[in-house]
Design a protein around this ligand. Structure first.
Ligand code: CP3
Length: 322
């Protein structure tokens, strides 16, 4: 989940002295510093996630990308009659700063795991088609349903680009990979199978062939019971990040025991803090105590989360025993 960001004054300060969000992602010494900020502030954290964004892939495919204050990311919308091509040389050149960041971060870490990431193809395609986020990605779906052939081509391009991007991240020092399928929850079953599960499993297969020991996690937000579909083949993710609404008891039954569970805690409980926050952490830790489980949130941190609450939660988790 997003760890850096606007709830940290040291992040806001760096941001105000930068030339926008994309500039921070593409300037390795800044991105390195931001990646390390949560680790410096909360030394008990076990992992650092690369500071970048899932929309670096469309940027590296040549789309115009801007992050607009209060609106979020805005891209030039893609027409499925002429989807962008993947040209390896310019893609690798444009993503090179991200690799420099990973190398720099790695040289500063003291035992924490370095997490690399990408958006899963459907989620990234949805932003590319719609040009920005939205409540349910309705405009993206309309374009995709109307032109399934064009959509298949776009998803193939994104799958190839994602494989190349993640292999480069691992070579640059990423020790674990997370694939964010933040818009898994808006598709009906056959489209979920074709647009979420198939490309994700292809990415996992290709990475496993070259780096069999790097754990790959998925975050299929809102996928409800369809999350089971990722685990029906030999090739499967090593772990799954639970979103805030996932029924933990059901997930414990549905997900094979060798798969690592992660996350689940509603970030808004960190905003509330106090007893409600600790009761929920206790509930999640107790339910998952007989499984491989990594404590994490069910979605990203929001700017209004008080730092004291984060400190209290980390202290509680580190002191917790079944
Ligand atoms: O801890 C980290 O900083 C990790 C890096 C990271 C970011 N985004 C930085 C970021 C990661 C892993 C992401 C993932 C991401 N980005 C997702 C998948 C996870 C999820 O939230 O579902 C998605 C959908 C995006 C696209 C994106 N980027 C949106 C929709 C926004 C605006 C959101 C908002 O809250 O305003 C961003 C901006 C963004 N990406 C910020 C950060 C720290 C906020 C930047 C700022 O305004 O300073």
């Amino acid at each position: 989940m997003r760890q850096a960001g606007r709830y940290l004054p040291e992040y806001r300060q760096l941001r105000s002295s930068s030339n926008g969000f994309l500039d921070m992602c593409l300037t390795p010494h800044k991105a390195c510093e931001i990646t390390l900020q949560p680790i410096k502030r909360f030394p008990d954290i076990d992992a650092a996630i690369l500071f970048a964004d899932i929309l670096i892939i469309p940027y590296a495919l040549g789309l115009n990308l801007e992050f607009i204050e209060k609106t979020g990311p805005v891209l030039s919308p893609v027409d499925l009659k002429s989807p962008p091509d993947f040209s390896p040389d310019s893609f690798l050149e444009k993503t090179q700063p991200i690799m420099e960041t990973l190398k720099k971060v790695k040289s500063h870490l003291k035992g924490q795991t370095l997490i690399g990431f990408a958006g899963a193809p459907w989620t990234v395609a949805a932003y590319m088609l719609q040009g920005q986020g939205g409540k349910d990605m309705a405009a993206a779906k309309a374009k995709a349903y109307e032109n399934p052939q064009g959509m298949a081509t776009l998803l193939d391009t994104l799958t190839t680009a994602t494989i190349s991007y993640l292999l480069a991240q691992i070579k640059a020092g990423a020790e674990m990979i997370q694939l964010f399928e933040s818009w898994a929850g808006v598709l009906p079953e056959p489209y979920f199978d074709k647009w979420c599960v198939d490309p994700t499993l292809k990415i996992i297969k290709e990475i496993k062939e070259k780096f069999p020991t790097i754990p790959i996690f998925i975050f299929p937000r809102g996928a409800s019971q369809y999350y089971k579909k990722y685990f029906e083949n030999d090739i499967k993710p090593d772990g799954i990040s639970l979103d805030t609404n996932m029924a933990i008891d059901q997930a414990l039954k549905d997900i094979p025991r060798d798969v690592i569970l992660q996350g689940g805690m509603d970030p808004q409980l960190l905003k509330a803090g106090g007893t409600p926050m600790l009761i929920e952490a206790e509930r999640i830790l107790t339910k998952t105590k007989d499984r491989k489980y990594i404590f994490n949130l069910g979605h990203g941190m929001t700017p209004d989360i008080p730092i004291e609450n984060v400190e209290k939660l980390i202290q509680f988790i580190k002191g917790w025993r079944p």
